[in-house]
Design a protein around this ligand. Structure first.
Ligand SMILES: Nc1ncnc2c1ncn2[C@@H]1O[C@H](COP(=O)(O)OP(=O)(O)OP(=O)(O)O)[C@@H](O)[C@H]1O
Length: 301
């Protein structure tokens, strides 16, 4: 869906995007993760033909950007920092102006489409107040509604949950998951580890303009070969583990073992009571820190 090769953007002496080769496949929910100032917005703008690369290439849906922008952009829904709107008009009116561009549909069909996207982003009941009176979160939702008007195959979103409260973040997450299940590929940038961890299937990590990691989330979070056991019989368990014990804190034990079910059966067979047992997995935070080094503590959880 998106492929860049050695994509680079310099602003004078600043290398904002540094030889990035990333690959977003059809059906992905791709999280482009990096701290503030790491080049995410610049890359998103390049994908949409709003900033010209210094060097390297971009393909969106198999076509070169920005050369084929006129064909590509009608199939892409996008939301970039500070979505633009006419401040003195209502959200509905703004959407209806955007929707009217190039549309030959009847007024009633257009009106239904606008109500539908307003509902999707949680603005169904919005009144006629002008956009200048909207909160940041409402503007963000309106921007997303505009991105959905053409039922795009690909959504490119720059920090889509910026300015939203936890409830709003969850609603947008649910909406993006739903759209993705219905076939839309989602590419979003974020500086929030937890957001990417909860929403995405694939992650690209950018640090100071460079892509330092690109992987499926399930692969990144594969079991580590250790099992976490919680038991009121922790004392007895540590006594019978024979060198397989990694660490212990109170009732919590870490055991070197590949198979939680097998370990559980054995411990129960030995008469141990097990409160919980689960394979250990690295968190995305640990993976990202390992890939980026100390600078990544600038990433927000
Ligand atoms: N038009 C510009 N002129 C000069 N420098 C720029 C320009 N746009 C971005 N930069 C610089 O490029 C670097 C990357 O910026 P960018 O906005 O792409 O990062 P970001 O990861 O999106 O950050 P944020 O999350 O804060 O938006 C920064 O050092 C920024 O100052």
């Amino acid at each position: 869906m998106i492929r860049t090769e050695s994509l680079t953007k310099r602003f004078g002496p600043v290398v904002a995007v540094d030889s990035v080769s990333l690959h977003v496949r059809e059906g992905d929910r791709y999280g482009f993760l990096g701290p503030n100032g790491s080049g995410k917005t610049t890359l998103v703008r390049m994908l949409l033909g709003l900033v010209y690369p210094t060097s390297g290439t971009i393909e969106v849906m198999g076509r070169r950007m920005p050369a084929r922008a006129a064909e590509v952009l009608p199939e892409v829904g996008s939301l970039i920092e500070g979505p633009a709107a006419y401040p003195y008009l209502s959200g509905r009116r703004n959407l209806s102006l955007i929707d009217a561009i190039g549309s030959r549909d009847k007024r009633s069909a257009r009106r239904a489409r606008i109500e539908n996207v307003l509902g999707q982003v949680g603005l169904a009941g919005v009144d006629e107040r002008p956009v200048k009176a909207y909160s940041l979160g409402m503007r963000q939702r309106l921007g997303l509604a505009a991105a959905l008007l053409r039922e795009p195959r690909l959504l490119i979103l720059d920090e889509p949950t910026n300015g939203l409260d936890p409830q709003g973040i969850r609603e947008i997450r649910d909406l993006l998951t739903e759209l993705n299940k219905a076939g839309t590929t989602v590419f979003l940038s974020s500086h929030l580890l937890s957001e990417v961890e909860q929403l995405c299937t694939r992650v690209g990590v950018v640090d100071r303009g460079k892509l330092v990691l690109e992987e499926e989330l399930t692969a990144l979070r594969a079991p580590t070969g250790r099992i976490l056991v919680e038991s009121p019989d922790a004392d007895k368990i540590t006594g019978i583990l024979n060198g397989r014990l990694v660490s212990r804190a109170g009732e919590h034990i870490v055991v070197e073992h590949e198979d939680a079910a097998e370990l559980n059966a054995w411990l129960v067979g030995e008469g141990m009571r097990i409160a919980s047992i689960t394979p250990e997995r690295r968190s995305l935070e640990e993976v990202v820190l390992a890939a980026t080094g100390p600078g990544a503590d600038r990433l927000d959880r």
